[in-house]
Design a protein around this ligand. Structure first.
Ligand SMILES: [Ca+2]
Length: 277
């Protein structure tokens, strides 16, 4: 990666080290060597050191490369894990390289919103999925598109408000790991959360089978409609657009009326997880 080409960053030379900082940050170092943030409002960008102690003598190419050959590589005096910090966090699970697990992501990058821990699913449907909901048996209380609740690997239900967290949403992944391990993807329309706050969207032809025992055409019947995203008790899914009786993923699991395939898709009445990408 050539940092010299990264927008929103600048280089600060300090002795033999070159620091990469957000363009709004100052190059001033305090006595401890920590980077001063003069932008105010917290959320200082993580300074990233590039190169080792001999790097000052290097040309442009060496100075601008992370992990380049010779003295300019990561692991020098100011390199990764040293005084200068580490590489910027990925902006979503799409940018994560590695196995499924908890990673620190920072959706607005060098912007003031703080990084946070997210669970990234890497083993289903191509990976890069950010967990936004996980139900727990016998739980009560809130769950939904705008609900922020629980911690990512906690014992309580988890619900991450993806819009509030600054994440973009193209697709949804619905999973139950109980039984056959059902998984379906849903290709969501633009601005789904804002657009379907108080109505439902016909998902026909936008649901794909990924794994499990129910290969229902066009997806399970109870996933044919999604929406009512302003609800704080459920991620709504149904076989029609009526909200007279609500079905979907609640804090205590999928409630989709029918357990079998093709109606309930093998999801009801199991514990569920939702991911976005
Ligand atoms: Ca940030």
């Amino acid at each position: 990666m050539r940092l010299s080409a990264t927008a929103g960053y600048r280089f600060c030379k300090h002795g033999a080290m070159v620091l990469v900082v957000a363009s709004f940050a100052s190059c001033t170092l305090d006595r401890q060597g920590a980077l001063q943030n003069t932008a105010g409002g917290g959320g200082a960008a993580t300074p990233t050191s590039v190169g080792g102690s001999d790097m000052a003598g290097g040309g442009d190419g060496a100075a601008g490369s992370v992990g380049g050959s010779g003295a300019g590589g990561i692991g020098g005096a100011g390199g990764m894990g040293g005084a200068g910090g580490s590489l910027p966090d990925p902006t979503s699970c799409v940018g994560v390289v590695g196995d499924s697990g908890v990673y620190t992501i920072d959706p607005d990058g060098a912007g003031n919103a703080a990084p946070f821990e997210a669970y990234c699913e890497q083993g289903i449907a191509g990976g890069g999925w950010t967990l936004i909901a996980r139900s727990k048996a016998a739980a009560i209380g809130d769950m939904g598109w705008g609900v922020s609740r629980g911690v990512v690997m906690g014992t309580e239900p988890y619900s991450l408000d993806p819009i509030g967290a600054g994440l973009s949403i193209d697709m949804l992944l619905l999973v139950t790991r109980e039984g056959a391990g059902q998984a379906y993807t849903m290709d969501l329309p633009d601005n789904f959360v804002a657009k379907y706050a108080q109505s439902a969207w016909d998902t026909a032809m936008k649901v794909d089978y990924v794994s499990g025992s129910c290969m229902a055409m066009k997806g399970p019947k109870m996933l044919h409609w999604a929406g009512y995203t302003d609800r704080t008790d459920v991620f709504f899914f149904r076989d029609n657009s009526n909200k007279d009786i609500i079905f979907g993923l609640f804090a205590d699991g999928f409630q989709l009326n029918k357990a079998g395939c093709p109606d309930g898709g093998g999801l009801h009445p199991k514990q569920g997880e939702l991911f976005i990408r």
